[in-house]
Design a protein around this ligand. Structure first.
Ligand code: SIN
Length: 330
C-alpha cells in the first residue's frame, strides 16, 4: 500500500513539475540502427510530427547508430529516465520478461503479415504491458522484417552451419536455435557486429535485409541464405513514470502521433527490405542463396525442438495465439 502511495505521489510530483515548467518537454529517442531503415525513419517521422503539431510544448532529439546508448546500456538508461523512447528489437527484453521470447522462435510466423496479426490481437497487445513492473511501458510494435542467415560459406542445409560461430542478440532462444544445428554463438551488441564479422571473430549472423545493407554486413559475408526463418521487430518503449507524468492533453496527442508513425513504419518496412535486398544483390559482394521447399523444411525440422524448450516461459496461451496468427481468421 505504502509503495502504491509512494508511486502515485511520485507520478503526481512529476506531473506537477512537467505542468509547471515553462520549458518544453524533452523526449530523447535513442536507437542502434541507421537512419535509412524502418526504425530510423520511424524515429525521424515521430520527431517531425511532434514538432509540427506540438510545437513549443514538446521537443524530440533522435540519436541513431548507438550514438547515445548501445544495446548494453539503453534499457537501464530508459529506466533511469536518461532517455525517454527506445525501440529495441524484441530479443533484447530478456531481463524484464520471458514472454517476448515468442517472437524469436524460429519458423513460428509464416511471414510479416502473420506477425502483424499477432501484434494486433489481444495476446500480442497484452505483451506491451508485460514489463510495467520494471517501469518499461510498450507503446507500439514496429516492424523491421524477416531475418536472413549470412555466413562465410553457403548455408543450404542445417548441417552446413555446424561449427560456425554466429553473432546473436542477447537471447537464449537464439542461442538454442543455433546450437540446434551444431553452431556456436557469440552475444554481441549491434554496434560491434561489422567488426566481428570483418575480423573473423564470428563467421555468421542473422538479420533482415535493411540491417544487412545499412550496416554493410554483405561486404564481409560472402553468402546470404534467404531463410526468412524468424522475425526481427521492435517494441517502442518508454519509461512508464515519465509517460504518465506528461499532461493528459499532450500525452493523448503523442499517442495519436505514435499510432500514425507506427502505421507508416509498418506499411513501409516490407518495401524497404525488398529494396535493400535488391541493393545487396546488385552490390556483387554476396551471393544470395534461395532455399528449395525441401531445404527450408530441413531447417524447420532441425529447429523445431526450440519451441518446446521455451513454451513454459512464453506461456502456452501466447504460443497458441502466435501460431493461430498464421491463419487469416482466428
Ligand atoms: C536492431 O535492428 O535494432 C538491431 C538488431 C540486432 O541487434 O541484430
Amino acid at each position: 500500500m505504502k509503495t502504491v502511495l509512494a508511486v502515485c505521489l511520485g507520478i503526481a510530483a512529476l506531473a506537477g513539475a512537467v505542468e509547471a515548467q515553462a520549458d518544453p518537454i524533452l523526449i530523447k529517442f535513442s536507437h542502434v540502427v541507421a537512419e535509412d531503415t524502418p526504425k530510423g525513419k520511424g524515429a525521424l517521422l515521430f520527431k517531425q510530427l511532434v514538432e509540427e503539431r506540438l510545437g513549443d510544448q514538446v521537443q524530440v532529439e533522435v540519436f541513431h547508430n548507438s550514438s547515445l546508448y548501445g544495446d548494453a546500456e539503453e534499457l537501464a538508461a530508459l529506466r533511469d529516465n536518461k532517455v525517454q523512447l527506445l525501440a529495441p528489437s524484441l530479443a533484447k527484453f530478456e531481463t524484464y520478461t520471458r514472454q517476448l521470447r515468442v517472437f524469436d522462435l524460429p519458423f513460428l510466423f509464416d511471414g510479416l503479415d502473420a506477425v502483424d496479426r499477432f501484434q494486433k490481437r489481444a495476446k500480442g497487445r497484452q505483451l506491451l504491458y508485460s514489463m510495467e513492473q520494471h517501469d518499461i511501458l510498450g507503446l507500439a510494435y514496429w516492424h523491421n522484417g524477416m531475418k536472413q542467415l549470412s555466413a562465410t560459406r553457403p548455408l543450404r542445409l542445417p548441417e552446413d552451419a555446424a561449427g560456425l560461430n554466429f553473432r546473436i542478440q542477447q537471447s537464449e532462444v537464439l542461442e538454442t536455435q543455433f546450437n540446434q544445428v551444431g553452431a556456436l554463438t557469440t552475444r554481441l551488441a549491434f554496434s560491434k557486429v561489422f567488426d566481428a564479422l570483418a575480423s573473423g571473430q564470428v563467421q555468421g549472423a542473422e538479420n533482415p535485409w535493411s540491417n544487412v545493407y545499412s550496416q554493410r554486413f554483405h561486404e564481409v559475408q560472402p553468402y546470404i541464405t534467404e531463410s526468412n526463418h524468424g522475425v526481427l521487430d521492435y517494441m517502442l518503449v518508454t519509461n512508464a513514470r515519465f509517460w504518465y507524468s506528461i499532461p493528459h492533453r499532450i500525452r493523448t496527442q503523442l499517442e495519436a502521433i505514435i499510432d500514425e508513425v507506427s502505421y507508416a513504419v509498418n506499411r513501409e518496412a516490407a518495401r524497404l527490405n525488398a529494396l535493400d535486398r535488391q541493393r545487396v544483390a546488385e552490390s556483387g559482394h554476396s551471393q544470395i542463396i534461395s532455399l528449395s521447399p525441401r531445404e527450408r523444411e530441413a531447417w524447420r525440422v532441425a529447429m523445431e525442438p526450440v519451441w518446446r524448450h521455451f513454451e513454459a516461459d512464453i506461456g502456452p496461451d501466447v504460443l497458441r495465439a502466435a501460431r493461430a496468427s498464421n491463419l487469416r481468421e482466428e
